[in-house]
Design a protein around this ligand. Structure first.
Ligand SMILES: Nc1ncnc2c1ncn2[C@@H]1O[C@H](COP(=O)(O)OP(=O)(O)OP(=O)(O)O)[C@@H](O)[C@H]1O
Length: 318
């Protein structure tokens, strides 16, 4: 049994323009101590997937169908009070906008203290402070003693991002969902955070869903890669194998658009066109209008996510 298993999950939103489905029949699992990278262009549904797993979807969303098993229990169906107990030390999410995770009227140290108390309800003041300062130092926040006395609005975006990562370090959840966790950080600190996440995986067997549009960053951290397009999983496999030999033309496109030191300008190819709107998705494969390998049946029938050469691919051509 996997630690986390998403089965046939479809999620949509109700908006003024109408109702539309974003996630379509998502199936994947996360093992204990595994880092899975989720990549895809903006709007492919990555955050919606993360919010579904921690059950923090906005009020205008709806789950059409599907299950999310965490430690064997379908958390789509459990009552909110049970889910509240899972959030934090069971499943924790570093949100794309981390300010939303903090209380604006509480000092950082008090918010981190709450996290400490989740893990150690009877902790004394001295030990709690040590745990807080260790976490704050681990995420390379400058001047730890001073920074924890501040309120969220007194910190920069990058500092807030690191406070929330420090909270994750204190909570040590079984599943950590990190949605673009290093987007506001410079590359040196980004590398430190990537190292911290790997340490969490190796030492604590924490499982991480690392969401990013940056496939080269994901390559630096993940064991497995899940590629999303238009709310669908297009490819899912071991990261080394997928990067070396991508089978889906969309994955191939994402990889050819990564700048590397050995690529000359002419070799950098962006995927032509842009992702479709969820209101008017093309028939057949949702990527077919942008695909260089398109064949006739791609336009009429949508392929399923099938096992191909030891991984999963949603493509007629593959
Ligand atoms: N609260 C909402 N109401 C209506 N539509 C929404 C809502 N949240 C997201 N969407 C739509 O759902 C689709 C998927 O968005 P989502 O944020 O999950 O994608 P993403 O891959 O995480 O993108 P990004 O990398 O830009 O964050 C988009 O078309 C978005 O506009």
């Amino acid at each position: 049994m996997s630690l986390l298993e998403v089965k046939g999950l479809s999620v949509g939103y109700k908006a003024l323009i109408g109702k539309f489905t974003v996630l379509h029949d998502i199936n994947f699992s996360l093992e204990q101590g595994e880092i899975v990278g989720i990549v895809g262009e903006s709007g492919s549904g990555k955050s919606t997937l993360g919010h579904s797993i921690i059950r923090l979807l906005p009020p205008n969303s709806f789950i059409e169908k599907g299950s999310i098993f965490f430690q064997g229990k379908d958390i789509v169906k459990i009552p909110e009070n049970e889910m509240t107990k899972i959030r934090g030390s069971g499943i924790f999410m570093i949100l794309q906008n981390p300010l939303n995770s903090l209380n604006p009227v509480k000092r950082i140290k008090d918010q981190l203290l709450e996290a400490v108390k989740v893990k150690k309800p009877n902790v004394d003041e001295k030990e709690a402070k040590e745990i807080i300062l260790d976490a704050v130092k681990a995420v390379r926040l400058p001047d730890p003693e001073e920074i924890i006395k501040k309120y969220p609005h007194q910190l920069s975006g990058g500092q807030i991002q690191r406070v929330v990562i420090a909270m994750a370090l204190i909570l040590r959840p079984r599943v950590l969902i990190a949605d673009e966790p290093t987007s506001a950080l410079d590359v040196t600190i980004q590398a430190q955070i990537v190292k911290l996440f790997k340490q969490l995986r190796d030492e604590e067997k924490i499982s991480i869903l690392f969401i990013s549009h940056d496939i080269s960053l994901v390559y630096a951290i993940a064991d497995r890669l899940v590629v999303m397009y238009a709310g669908r999983i297009m490819e899912d496999g071991n990261i080394e194998e997928v990067i070396k030999n991508p089978l889906h033309p969309y994955t191939q496109g994402l990889i050819s658009s990564i700048p590397t030191s050995t690529k000359k300008d002419g070799e950098l190819r962006a995927i032509p066109g842009s992702p479709p709107s969820f209101l008017v998705l093309p028939s057949g494969c949702k990527f077919n209008p942008r695909c260089s390998k398109v064949i006739e049946q791609c336009k009429s029938r949508e392929p399923e996510l099938l096992d191909v050469k030891g991984r999963k691919v949603r493509c007629w051509w593959a």
